[in-house]
Design a protein around this ligand. Structure first.
Ligand code: FES
Length: 107
């Protein structure tokens, strides 16, 4: 596998109901992960975009959390409907989607 241009990490951490930190598992992370897979497949980006589901990335209250390297950009409260925008603007266009980034005090 060639080294990807961008690598997307989607938090798919689940925690028990009532846990004080909550989790991306209750905030649509599975749908977000599926939508990234669909976009990558639809556009045949397998050799340029890496996609990995991961455990907790930190800002649980702002899930679903998505982290993009090598840029080190953290997106928060990501919904599946916003995945296409991240793919087109950031992963393909090279411009992070500022309105979806978590606040600088978080990341
Ligand atoms: S559970 Fe997703 S960032 Fe912590």
């Amino acid at each position: 596998m060639p080294k990807p241009d961008k690598h997307v990490f989607v938090c798919t951490q689940h925690r028990a109901p009532g846990h004080p930190r909550g989790s991306c598992g209750t905030k649509g992370c599975t749908d977000v992960m599926t939508e990234f897979m669909n976009e990558i497949q639809k556009r045949n980006l397998f050799e340029t975009i890496g996609l990995t589901n991961t455990g907790c990335l930190g800002p649980c209250m702002l899930g679903a959390s998505v982290l993009v390297y090598p840029d080190g950009i953290m997106y928060g409260e990501v919904k599946k409907e916003q995945v296409k925008t991240i793919v087109e603007k950031h992963l393909l266009g090279g411009e992070p989607v500022k309105e979806l980034q978590v606040p600088t005090e978080v990341w």
